[in-house]
Design a protein around this ligand. Structure first.
Ligand code: PGA
Length: 256
């Protein structure tokens, strides 16, 4: 059984004061239960959010990490610094990093390895652009990204990862994928992991859907065989919509 996960990617939003207010509201409204909830604020709010969620069962994640442990790398953040701030997870290879900041399958792989070596669990993002989808290359692109990200990992390391399938055309556009289509790609991701490692490993890795997830469409994704939750952008910035997504997930995934 894979534990459902809802991760909120706050992207470049919220001052520390705003972050604290949202985190405190979420802690009072999110029940401690079978759905694992992860908040990924900007670096400047990690400590504040960490303090607000302490002891609640809600987990903290960062939005990126550099692979070197320390040194002259202006503007970068190391694994140990994120762990020190209370992070258990880190988003790696988000399409915005690939699109605007030159992230490649190789640099994603370096970040994944560094995170795992330092006890941070990477949430590895993959997904095709609209042009790639229109060209019928979705599976090919996603399989290439998965192979790249997991290159050189042991089965034990792969077992600590989470995948987020986020079609680029669905991110921030209000145009979500649909359950069956997203499930097909997530199934393809799972079979790729089975081929790279083994079927048991593939069966245990959580695969999230991301891209314009809302409370209204979450049950469509959560009810798919290969989808174990969501990576949420815009709708994670407000307590009502984020708790609505968690609630919709719980209804589908948690049997009382
Ligand atoms: P969105 O973003 O929910 O705003 O589409 C998702 C993401 O980028 O993780």
């Amino acid at each position: 059984m894979r534990r459902a996960m809802i991760a909120g990617n706050w992207k470049m939003h919220k001052t520390t004061r705003e972050a604290r207010a949202l985190a405190q509201e979420l802690t009072s409204r999110i029940p401690r239960d079978a759905v694992e909830v992860v908040l990924c604020p900007p670096f400047t709010s990690l400590l504040t959010v960490s303090e607000s969620i302490d002891g609640t069962g809600i987990e903290l994640g960062a939005q990126n990490v550099f692979w070197e442990p320390k040194g002259a790398f202006t503007g970068e953040i190391a694994v140990d610094m994120l762990v020190d701030a209370g992070c258990r997870f880190v988003i790696v290879g988000h399409s915005e990093r690939r699109q605007y900041f030159g992230e490649t399958d190789e640099t994603v792989n370096r970040r994944v390895k560094a995170a795992l070596a330092g006890n941070l669990q990477p949430i590895i993002c993959v997904g095709e652009t609209l042009a790639e989808r229109d060209a019928g290359e979705t599976d090919q692109v996603v399989v290439r990204q998965i192979r790249g990200a997991y290159e050189g990992l042991t089965t034990n390391e792969a077992g600590k990862t989470v995948v987020a399938y986020e079609p680029v055309w669905a991110i921030g556009t209000g145009r979500a994928s649909n359950g069956p289509d997203a499930n097909n790609v997530c199934g393809r991701i799972r079979s790729t992991l089975a081929a790279l490692f083994n079927p048991e490993l593939a069966d245990s890795v959580r695969i999230l859907y991301g891209g314009s997830v809302k409370p209204q469409n979450m049950d469509e994704f959560a009810s798919q065989e290969h989808i174990d939750g969501a990576l949420v952008g815009g709708a994670s910035l407000e307590a009502d919509s984020f708790t609505g997504i968690i609630e919709a997930t719980r209804k589908v995934k948690v049997r009382e």
